[in-house]
Write a protein that binds this ligand. Sequence first.
Ligand SMILES: NC(=O)c1ccc[n+]([C@@H]2O[C@H](COP(=O)([O-])OP(=O)(O)OC[C@H]3O[C@@H](n4cnc5c(N)ncnc54)[C@H](OP(=O)(O)O)[C@@H]3O)[C@@H](O)[C@H]2O)c1
Length: 294
Amino acid sequence: MKKMKILVTGKNGQLGRELQGQCPTEFELIALSREELDISDIDAVKDVVERNHPDVIINAAAFTNVDNAEGDQDAAFLVNVKGVENLALVCKKFSIRFIHISTDYVFDGRKSSPYVVSDKVKPLSVYGATKAEAESVISKVLPDAVIVRTSWVYSIHSHNFVNTMLRLMVERDQLGVIADQVGTPTWTGTITRILFDLVRNKSSKGIYHCTDLGVASWYDFALAIYEEGKAKGLLPADKSLTIKAITTQDYPATAERPAYSVLDKSRLMNELGVDFKHWREILRHVFDIKVQQL
Ligand SMILES: NC(=O)c1ccc[n+]([C@@H]2O[C@H](COP(=O)([O-])OP(=O)(O)OC[C@H]3O[C@@H](n4cnc5c(N)ncnc54)[C@H](OP(=O)(O)O)[C@@H]3O)[C@@H](O)[C@H]2O)c1
């Protein structure tokens, strides 16, 4: 039987790499880097689609530097809005299923209970605004598309909070980490597993929330990285480190971030029967993989 063909954009990003590494054999996956397919160029998007005839496109490409987006709005818009519109238009023209990744940063963080898929978006940052605009463009151009919002993404290899913390925890004796921003750390492996479930489930459409389970501040996350990192031998056992809880005001960033951005995952649980695991259990699992790869 002919395999379903999935085209993945942004192949060198955290999610792009995980999708390539975890692709089940039932699918044929074509992954393209920015050099191979710049999604902001609609002719390039058309050309790639006409040459490869994918059944599904998963857009893992994005302008993801939240702070840089504040000073480079045009560049963020070009990738996160125009690029997404290009993909949606081409998917519509060639009847291809479109799966796009969005973010918890579309919300303003004023809630104190998990955001449901129908909650009103109100981004605080340029990055969040471009991602929210892309969601709205998709809903107009291709209402049958799937939008997967996720949060606080990390993977084994790339540049992310976990790897930065592991490095700093070796280099320093003291660290200050923000304790008044709360969300859910999410491994790319979790998102990837659910993206392939969504590919299989052809009737899925609209917005889904996909993160690991539980709630954490960046400070809680850093403490867990320290404790689990030591337990798994990724940090020296005799290393002593003070991790101090600080506030957003103590560590001003260029872009404003939501104080609370936990996402309600009941739609994926109810419709697809997805079982999620707690972020700390997932962190331990990711560290086990890291240890095996040393
Ligand atoms: N990271 C997070 O914490 C987080 C949280 C919530 C949601 N998300 C969303 O999850 C998705 C995946 O994020 P990620 O962490 O995997 O991002 P990432 O590691 O920054 O990867 C993004 C990839 O997109 C590529 N790219 C940028 N502009 C492009 C263009 N014009 N055409 C084609 N490719 C382009 C980049 O190419 P280069 O390698 O050449 O730069 C990079 O490989 C994104 O939609 C992001 O908004 C991420």
